[in-house]
Design a protein around this ligand. Structure first.
Ligand code: PTJ
Length: 256
């Protein structure tokens, strides 16, 4: 990819991810507000040491189990998700057999189409929620996120909602769905509303979920997956993530 960051720069990886977002913005995938959201995420990620914690690994395993056990799982994709990991989302969709739906807070037709195109270039065969397909409404919501596909998020029993806003996460829970969030902020309403929250950067969380799903499918052990979901304690998971962040705040400055 044509992103010019010196490979020996101490923060090369983080700068590279930032550039993916900027490129996504220039290509019409990402809303300007999405750049701000990334900055917010980065600050939590920094305090988490920019690595996947043990609890995030456990959450990713529970999340993949929930998707594999679901009758009608759907993966929700917004602009940031499409810019950061469209290939990985398509891989996950194939592995857990869950369709992808575009759902935007700052919805407009151009962005919907640009995200659909990006996902199709990554190999998605069908992309739900674009244009007139998003004809169902989540009644308790006022934002554009209320528009959903009747064959996708509306009827899903389990939804993956990365980088989501709290209102819709709560609305999905109220609709009786199993809600899986990916959010670097363990204090966000989304993180607290979901039944399973992966407190990790989406660029690491989705590959973890893919690896976990492959491993669980190899074992083909329904009881194990049911146990991983049943025993998962989201409150404890969020508290542990917060403890890690507190540790990050108390840590001595990193040496370069
Ligand atoms: O594409 P659209 O129109 O649907 O808009 C998408 C954004 C992300 C702009 C919209 O959903 C939004 O305003 O999101 P927030 O509320 O600013 O951010 C959602 C959460 O995602 C925040 O708690 C961030 O800390 C978190 N976050 C940001 N970047 C990442 C992240 N979590 C995981 N991985 C990231 N890379």
């Amino acid at each position: 990819m044509d992103i010019n960051i010196p490979s020996n720069h101490p923060r090369a990886k983080s700068l590279y991810v930032r550039e993916l977002l900027v490129r996504g913005f220039k290509n019409g995938l990402v809303a300007p507000e999405g750049l701000i959201a990334q900055g917010r995420g980065e600050s939590f990620d920094y305090l988490l040491g920019e690595k996947t914690s043990k609890v995030a690994q456990i959450s990713a395993r529970a999340a993949s189990s929930a998707l594999l056990l679901a009758k009608c799982p759907v993966l929700s994709v917004n602009g940031n998700v499409a810019a950061l990991c469209s290939n990985e989302i398509v891989d996950l969709s194939n592995i857990v057999n869950a369709p992808i739906e575009v759902n935007l807070f700052y919805r407009n037709n151009n962005r919907e189409r640009a995200i659909e195109k990006q996902l199709k270039e990554s190999g998605a065969k069908i992309v739900l929620g674009v244009g007139s397909r998003a004809s169902a409404i989540i009644p308790e919501l006022q934002s554009e996120r209320r528009r959903v596909d009747p064959n996708g998020l509306y009827k899903a029993d389990t939804v993956l909602i990365p980088l989501e806003d709290g209102d819709r996460a709560k609305a999905f829970v109220n609709m009786g769905k199993t809600v899986i969030a990916i959010d670097l902020n363990p204090l966000s309403r989304t993180a607290r509303s979901a039944q399973i929250t992966i407190v990790d950067n989406i660029i690491r969380a989705i590959p973890r979920m893919i690896a976990a799903a492959k491993q669980l499918m190899d074992k083909n052990n329904k009881h194990l997956m049911e146990r991983l979901v049943k025993e998962f304690d989201n409150r404890e998971n969020l508290l542990e993530s917060l403890r890690l962040i507190q540790g990050g705040i108390g840590a001595r400055p990193r040496r370069y």
